[in-house]
Ligand binder design. Structure first.
Ligand code: AGP
Length: 616
């Protein structure tokens, strides 16, 4: 979950590393640090601080580092050892022969630490990462070069890791390794300079020519280029390609937060995604990255959608699409639960994983299980080249652009659009979707960016509604049918942005327990759009109000009856039934945002969270 950056070239490394860490801060913000390589044979200059990158910058101002053209940096999401200066990365061995930054968990670190301490190594932190530095140090002492030392150290580690290291013994060199699914190592090819990073965001200001390390691969970079090998030392060919992501998309201005920018750019994100997958006139689909998965669309008997968090909620909407459009039995599963069950599936089941990052460890491990069972796989992903796109036989890429807010917004709606297109493609392949139906669905989908755009003009209404929830401690979000995933997602946004305890529930479940919670201090947000089984939700609203509970209803424009019945209402534009989730989520994103703002929360970097979850 941590952010990693490395630079080697002719420019001063420190400012590049700091800028890179800022681009990666959404991956973790418990501490930050850099190691800078000055003269050969001198120990790396290490600066690290608990807290945000601003703290590290203060430290660097107070004690300016030596001029250096090679360095590594890290922003931490703590796993082993509390956030502190000592536990911040980089970690060095006893004599500074190596500096290491790491993402992942060394599962056997206690045994390794005891062994290394027994050999005289002195530890300066409580982290698992420090064992890696001492292991590499031993290998360097034994005469290995830095890359061989890294490979040898990796062979001793249990668990999944992404590691980057440098040593004053090899000036101008940085090495990296990926083992398992702890997160990516992306290699950036600049002009006379090279970079390594845990994800694209930190590389885009410098280059769009990148290569992704696969599982059990290592890389050695100098200013002149990169060489690759597998963990056992065999040379590897890792092709570089140019990514189509726009570096300007990574900028926040003029918005006050990335989250606000990303909510507001949903019409553009939807439009780019839909245009990339469909054609309105004449109606058609071009899901060009389905690859080896395409023939399976006619052979499968069911679909299983997996994901985590927001992406799992998008998958829940996708289940409706596969059932209603493609006529296939469809289930959803939380990826972290799926992988530990004896799930019964094989080649008859298409596994569709949803992951904006393509690097979420739970999703990747679930995909490994599916692969072992022989199930064909398609991933819905916003990050070209990421690990889910490599594991799956086919991909449907969303074009939302980089998402920097820790809480997902535009990738949620873009994933739903991509799932709609995939269900259409599947229905088409199976003879279930005729030309007329295809044309109608594609036209409806293509209209959604405009509908969403109009809706965002009413963002201010959510701000007024949020005033009601400024002091609220608990909330319920209710929905039925395709509005249930939206209720769950609305509650998740409220939890992670404003720290209000918010429960998303199937409205029908209400009377089976949760209604006991309702009183005047426990408000409910009810998803009551015209297609959300409206009549049933009306009954739920009556029941809540009869018990003194306050209700904010999300209603379709012009629904005077519900507007009058609820204590407050936010409207959504009329949309086709299957696409109503795309409109219904927008006021909930806005509501969570506005509530968090009123409560003074850190919206782009909520406490305890990280954008890409690469540890279990
Ligand atoms: C939601 O706001 C969070 N960002 C989180 O739930 C996220 O959706 C989850 O961690 C899955 O991430 P992924 O889409 O990158 O796999």
């Amino acid at each position: 979950m941590c952010g990693i950056i490395a630079y080697t070239g002719s420019r001063e490394a420190a400012p590049i590393l700091i800028a890179g860490l800022r681009d990666l801060e959404y991956r973790g913000y418990d501490s930050a640090g850099v190691a800078l390589q000055g003269e050969a044979n001198a120990a790396s200059a290490v600066a690290k601080r608990r807290g945000r990158i601003a703290e590290l910058e203060t430290a660097l101002r107070e004690r300016p580092p030596p001029s250096a053209h090679t360095g590594i940096g890290h922003t931490r999401w703590a796993t082993h050892g509390a956030p502190s200066d000592a536990n911040a990365h980089p970690h060095t061995g006893c004599d500074g022969a190596v500096a290491v930054v790491h993402n992942g968990i060394v599962e056997n670190y206690a045994a390794l630490r005891a062994e290394l301490a027994g050999r005289g190594h002195a530890f300066a932190s409580e982290t698992d990462t420090e064992t890696i530095a001492h292991l590499i140090e031993d290998e360097l002492e034994a005469g290995r070069d830095l890359l061989a030392a890294l490979r040898a150290a990796c062979a001793r580690l249990a668990g999944s890791q992404a590691i980057v290291a440098l040593s004053p013994r090899e000036p101008g060199v940085a090495v990296g390794a990926r083992v398992g699914n702890a997160g990516g190592v992306v290699v950036g090819y600049g002009e006379g300079e090279m970079l390594l990073a845990s994800d694209l965001a930190a590389l885009l200001p410098h280059t769009r020519r990148v290569a992704f390390l696969a599982d059990r691969q290592v890389v050695r970079v100098t200013a002149a280029g990169a060489s690759y090998a597998s963990l056992d030392g065999a040379p590897a060919d890792v092709p570089a390609h140019t990514v189509a992501l726009d570096p300007a998309g990574a900028q926040r201005d003029p918005y006050e937060t990335f989250m606000l920018k990303e909510i507001m750019e949903q019409p553009r994100a939807l439009s780019d995604t839909i245009r990339g997958l469909t054609r309105v006139e004449p109606a058609g689909l071009h899901l060009d990255d389905l690859g080896r998965a395409r023939p399976w669309l006619t052979r499968i008997e069911r679909v299983l959608l997996v994901g985590m968090g927001t992406s799992l909620h998008a998958a829940m909407v996708g289940r409706w699409y596969f059932e209603q459009i493609a006529g296939l039995p469809a289930d959803i599963d939380n990826a972290s639960e799926f992988r530990y069950r004896e799930a019964v599936l094989g080649p008859e089941t298409l596994v569709v994983s949803v992951s904006q990052s393509g690097e979420t460890v739970d999703v990747l491990e679930a995909m490994n299980v599916a692969r072992a069972r022989g199930a064909p796989q398609i991933t819905i992903c916003n990050t070209p080249g990421s690990q889910t796109t490599r594991v799956a036989e086919g991909a449907v890429l969303t074009r939302a652009g980089l998402e920097r807010g820790v809480a997902s917004s535009k990738t949620f709606t873009a994933s739903i659009a991509a799932l709609f297109a995939l269900a259409l493609e599947t229905g088409r392949a199976r003879g279930r979707v005729d030309d007329g139906t295809l044309a109608r669905h594609v036209r409806d989908l293509a209209a959604m960016p405009d509908v969403t755009g109009r809706q965002l003009e009413a963002f201010g209404e959510a701000e007024a509604a949020a005033e009601r929830f400024r002091e609220t401690r608990h909330m319920l979000f209710l929905g039925r049918g395709p509005a249930l995933p939206i209720a769950l997602e609305g509650a998740l946004k409220m939890k992670e942005l404003s720290y209000v305890h918010a429960e998303g529930y199937a409205a029908g479940e209400m009377k089976h327990g949760p209604i006991a919670l309702i009183d005047r201090d426990f408000p409910t947000v009810a998803l009551a759009g015209e297609h959300a089984l409206r009549a049933k939700i009306v009954s739920n609203i009556e029941q809540i109000r009869a018990r003194g509970g306050e209700v904010l209803a999300i209603v379709t424009e012009g629904d005077e009856e519900l507007t009058a019945l609820a204590d407050a209402a936010l409207t959504v534009p009329r949309a086709p039934a299957l696409l109503e989730p795309l409109t219904a989520i927008v006021p909930l994103q806005a509501l969570a945002y506005a509530t968090a703002r009123l409560r003074g929360c850190d919206i782009d970097q909520p406490r305890n969270l990280a954008k890409t979850v690469t540890v279990e």
